[in-house]
Design a protein. Sequence first.
Length: 165
Amino acid sequence: MSHPSVPSTSSSDHRPTFNGVRLFRYFLLGESAINISTAIPIILAPEFALSFLVRSPSDITPAAVVLTQWFGAITLGLTVPLLLSVPHVPRAAAGRRMAYTTLGACEATLGAVMAMQIASGDSGFSDRALAAGTMAMAAFLGMRAWFLFVKPGWMEGTENARKAQ
């Protein structure tokens, strides 16, 4: 019997079997690292973060600074379900689905708001920053849809079990 973290080999060709759940867990870790590495600077240096996002320095108001820090805090808070989804334990699949569904809803909403702000043209944020944000939200939403609807077995850890049968 092989160790669960080591890909098994089939007896016919000795090639490792693809491990979708391992790939999914790498995505969780990568996304968590991105979230943490961007949220902490946003919280600690919101003016610096805003300087890349706003149309002009006069758009960096005390309220914008506070809201930026809140956004960083929310990003860190929403990273916790991702990190809790990394271990491959018996009830992990339900937690992974819940985390990905919740974050997907956040990204769909935030992406739509950013797109509306581009269309209205009256946001204090630059169109470039809003477009980049909209594309980032779409990319993460697409990744979530892929794992939730196209390859749920990777998220659930059931794909390799089906192949072994």
